[in-house]
Design a protein around this ligand. Sequence first.
Ligand SMILES: [Zn+2]
Length: 345
Amino acid sequence: MRTPQSFRISLLLGMLVMLVMLAAALPTPAAALRQSQQAVKPTPLPDPLSEPLPNPVNLPKSSWRPPLYPVPWALGPNDHFLFNRPVEVSEVNWPLSTYRYGGTFFAPDQPHTGVDIVVPEGTPVMAAGDGQVIWAGTGLLFGDDDEADPYGIAIAIEHNFGWDNQPLFTLYAHLSETTVQKGDYVHQGDVIALSGNTGFTTAPHLHFEVRLGENAFYQTFNPELWLAPPQGWGVLVGKLTDGAGIPLLKQEVILVNQETGQEWRGVSYGTDFTVNSDPFYGENFAISDLPAGEYEIQIPYFGYVYTKSITVHPGAVSYFRYRGLAGFSDFYPYHPRPLSLPPEE
Ligand SMILES: [Zn+2]
């Protein structure tokens, strides 16, 4: 028979058990902290350089382009076509139009830090300019010999010329083999490697980068502003923002050649810590390899197509500025860099 005392004890025990259960159900401060840490833990970044390619069947079929301007080529103080193409003119040696610099076709959080030149495996890769090989092999991003490196077998050259008092580098990735070693001095046009399909790729191609200031992943610039155009052809760059000056991301731009009716389409890119705008043009849109002539720019924005006529000048960068609902602007970038002129007689 249960005495009142044993009843009280069992009641106390029951309350104790409930308290323990309650305590177990409620997170302790340490567990709560762990939980909140888990909640704010950043999601892992996608592969920094995943290189899947859009359907290669859609490659442009252009059988001939004029020979390239000799490098260095710069008709004005702010242009800097300092590099030759890393692939011979007998191949498709221009950037893949569907996955340009800054493109996020496959990895929305990770813009493309270079351009892709679609060549079959084993195509000779040439130095884009004179300089010293400062990297040859795997591990460019992750460190020495790391077989998992997204660049695969890669080469980096530090050039013996710079820009705006900063050193310049070019980078060649997804190679099948290198034919030079770290420390070698190479001249523009020297074969430094054979193209391949190593690293994060889905098809053979050459990934090419231009880096300014430092040989670092976050110091890339759009190679289309650095590779010499075919003679008589030019490059169009644009800065697209909304009316408040915020850069427009993935804004469609259509370009129509007024003589031939040929159309080019592209999208603006955002800049982040790996994708940078040119120090002078501050662009977030660029299309190279445009035959010089008269074009119409068409920008569909909020249900209206804004248009502007523009001349693409041969061997030079042509520029436009678009400001959302405010339309196109005649603003031209200004650079405080003093021009060095020969002394007057
Ligand atoms: Zn690439």
